[in-house]
Design a protein around this ligand. Structure first.
Ligand code: UT7
Length: 379
């Protein structure tokens, strides 16, 4: 079985910044309310000509460059989004074409804000089975185009962005090591855009009733978020055999600082271990975790050998978590020696060493056991 290591990462955020003070002029709200109740100061809003596909391409080019790959090296593209360019075809196919990744299979994946973690889990399976070697996983959203800018319950929360990673196989335990996913469709109505799908196709009535915009029961999603984040982190630590002290950083979905604080308190894990950048981006849905991952790396918050937990929740309602061992592991052959008791044992030892690529001659010692260990290169 192969491990799926993260060899490239990239992010893109539109240039236009929308501050809480700008929002004060649009709906009945205040900078104080937004900051106190969510922790958000500003968010990015896509320009009219930008789409999920164009933003994905920007983030993907960075990720491919870091991985030292050309688009033609890719075997698969998965794009997690709830705001694709069109209902049909998938935005992933547009990204495939714009990148010049000729004929590479590509598909969109929809799991709300948890979409990126679902996509990471799917990509990991293709790597683990040896089906594909080079996979591009993207989380990208232009939620601003699905927001009712008259609805203060939602319009202050969301922003636009894209993030991408490249996964490649490794023989050593590094990269995405474990994951858990879940969904509870009985709570679909807590976060939903009713209009424009096959149940309520576009019509004058859909437009008049503003059914194509996102509606959310904020307090219900809040409670669900805290509960599932706490459970997911506990479960993934238990299944990975990780103690809280062995986790270097938790990158949670960036929705609301109070959700992260409440989860941290219940888990008994200090807030310093949680990465937060929602003050600058708001909730960018499926893009929030890959963008936060990129920024955490840029800020030196992640080092080789670190255990990281990614955890999310979102429309569905869905949730998910995964553990990532950061860095590139290298194999170290090891030998346990003991004084030789007979010449034939020494010969056996020399054969064993040479079969592992070693050339050490130990005339007076013989090998008791041998094998391969691994360690993380320190930068
Ligand atoms: O990726 C998943 C997506 N969603 C989320 O993660 C959202 C989870 N939920 C939340 O983050 C919070 O529930 C919100 C930030 C959406 C709302 O915060 P809250 O503390 O749960 O507020 P609330 O909805 O209970 O509303 C409290 C008051 C209400 O006024 P009254 O009825 O007490 O007079 C609201 O009308 O705050 C009012 N309010 C606002 N006031 C100023 C709601 N939105 C605003 C606003 N500005 N933007």
């Amino acid at each position: 079985m192969k491990y799926a290591k993260i060899t490239g990462w990239g992010k893109y955020a539109p240039a236009k910044v929308l501050t809480n003070f700008d929002l004060e002029k649009m709906v009945e709200t205040s900078n104080e309310w937004i900051l106190e109740r969510t922790g958000i100061r500003e968010r990015r809003i896509a320009a009219p000509e930008e789409t999920v596909a164009t933003m994905s391409v920007e983030a993907s080019r960075q990720a491919l460059n870091r991985a030292g790959l050309s688009p033609k090296d890719l075997d698969l593209i998965i794009l997690a989004t709830s705001s694709p360019d069109y209902h049909l075809p998938a935005a992933a196919s547009l990204v495939q074409d714009m990148l010049g990744a000729s004929y590479v299979p590509a598909f969109d994946l929809r799991a709300g804000c948890t979409g990126f973690l679902y996509a990471l889990a799917v990509a990991t399976q293709f790597i683990a089975t040896g089906t594909y070697r080079n996979i591009l996983v993207i989380g990208a959203e232009i939620i601003s185009k699905f927001i009712d800018w008259n609805d203060r319950n939602t319009c202050v929360l969301f922003g636009d962005a894209a993030g991408a990673v490249v996964l490649q196989p490794s023989d050593y335990p590094t990269g995405v090591l474990s994951f858990l996913l879940g969904s509870d469709g009985s709570q679909a109505d807590a976060l939903i855009a009713y209009g424009g799908g096959s149940k309520y196709p576009f019509s004058q009535e859909v437009l008049d009733r503003r059914m194509h915009y996102i509606r959310m029961d904020g307090p219900r999603v809040f409670k669900f978020a805290v509960k599932t984040m706490v459970q997911s982190v506990r479960e993934i630590m238990a299944s990975s055999g990780l103690l809280p002290d062995e986790v270097s950083l938790i990158i949670p979905h960036q929705a609301n600082i109070r959700i992260i604080q409440a989860a941290a308190k219940e888990l008994g894990i200090p807030m310093e271990k949680f990465y937060v950048n929602l003050d600058r981006y708001g909730n960018t849905s499926a893009a929030s975790i890959p963008v936060a991952l990129c920024e955490a790396i840029e800020e030196g918050r992640i080092k080789d050998g670190d255990n990281i937990i990614l955890v999310s929740f979102g429309a569905g309602l869905t949730w998910g978590a995964c553990t990532v061992k950061w860095g590139v592991a290298e194999a170290i052959p090891f030998f346990v020696v003991e004084p030789a008791k007979a010449l034939s044992w020494v010969k056996k030892a020399q054969v064993a060493i040479s079969s592992l690529g070693g050339n050490l001659l130990l005339p007076l010692y013989t090998i008791k056991s041998w094998g391969k260990s691994f360690r993380f290169r320190k930068k």
